[in-house]
Each structure stands twice: as structure tokens, then as C-alpha cells.
Design a protein around this ligand. Sequence first.
Ligand code: ADP
Ligand code: MG
Ligand code: MG
Length: 204
Amino acid sequence: MELHVAQALMWIERTNEKIQENKEYLSALDQAIGDGDHGINMARGFQAVIEKTSSSEYETVSDVLKDVAMTLMAKVGGASGPLYGTAFLKMSMSTKGKESVSQEDLAEAVRQALEGMKQRGKATEGEKTLIDVWTPVQELLEQSEDLQPEEIKKTAKDAMEATKNIMATKGRAAYLKERSIGHLDAGSVSSYYLFESLANVLEE
Ligand code: ADP
Ligand code: MG
Ligand code: MG
């Protein structure tokens, strides 16, 4: 498993496609237990990301990730903009100076992204946020030797689906307390798309 500039760009393109295709679904999930804008926020942000990355030349994966971070921070309001912006900025910093990104590098980059998001959102695992998807994926990347991309997909999907049974204690859904149970967390679904897209690119 290795990521070069071309794979990093493909990762972002695939993620954008998934988000645009599921824009209404993501907003509907957020409508049930939040303010109904997660699909709109993410679709706007990733559209801007694609405009930026498709008109730029990159030497390193780190530079790609940095532009993604800066664009998401500038274009996405709400909780998800600063959170995903932080994630990509930390991954950019973590991979700085690397010619290509190995599984070990990726595990470390995702670890730093997760740390950054936890700090930013003052959140931890089990609060029904995207942290619940990033945490098991990070552990998988760190612990599995000879990791098959399919395992990333499965881990992210299972974790996303498991947010349904959690009571939210962070984000807008936390206002609903027990009534947040029984609904998927929208940010966990968009994070699933991100890791599903990564796995698809790694499989090619
Ligand atoms: P907003 O809630 O401000 O409208 P979005 O709808 O774009 O922002 O994003 C909501 C998602 O952000 C949630 O589904 C959740 O996954 C994530 N989220 C919200 N608050 C936090 C937090 N404090 N820490 C981590 N993730 C959070
Ligand atoms: Mg929202
Ligand atoms: Mg909002």
C-alpha cells in the first residue's frame, strides 16, 4: 500500500463523487437529529476542493492534503468544516517531506488527524460523531500488517453503522439526548465515504 500524488488526488476525487451523489442523504440524516445541512456543507466544500486541486500542480501528497485543508476551512461552515480542515491539515503536516506515503505513514497521519479533531471538537470516542469512524480505522491502520483495502472499508462501514445505537453527547444531536438514538450520525457517514474512497484507490 502506497500513496503518491496521483493516488491522493484520486482519493479526493472519489470522495467528492460520493459526497455529491449522497448530498441529499447526508442532509436528511442531519435533518433528523441536527440542522439538516451536512450534505450541503460537504458538497460545497468538496466542490471547491476539486476546483482547486484540478487546477493545480503538486509535487507531494502533503501539498495536496494542505490545499484540501485550506479549502475546507475556508468554504465549509458548521462543525464539519473546522473538523475536516483540521484532519487534512494534520495529515499534510504529518506527511511533509515524504516522497510517498506508506501504510505506516498513513497510520501516523490519521493518528494525528484524529488527535487534532478530538482537541478541536473536545470530543472522544462514543459520542456519536465522526470520531467514532476515525478511531477504529486508525487502529486498523496501525495494527494490521499486510492490510487489505477491503478491511478499511469494512471497519469504517461497521463503525458508521454502529453510531445509530449511540446517544449523542457532542454536536447538535446532543440536544436531543435519548432521542438521538436510532439515527446514524451524518458526519460518520461522510467519514465512511472518505475511507471507502481511500480503500477503492488503494485497491487499484
Ligand atoms: P453543524 O452541526 O454545525 O451544522 P455539520 O452538519 O456540517 O455541522 O456537521 C455535523 C457533524 O459534525 C456531526 O454529524 C458530527 O459527526 C460532527 N461533529 C459535530 N460536533 C462535533 C464535535 N464537537 N466533535 C466532533 N465531531 C463533531
Ligand atoms: Mg448540520
Ligand atoms: Mg449547520
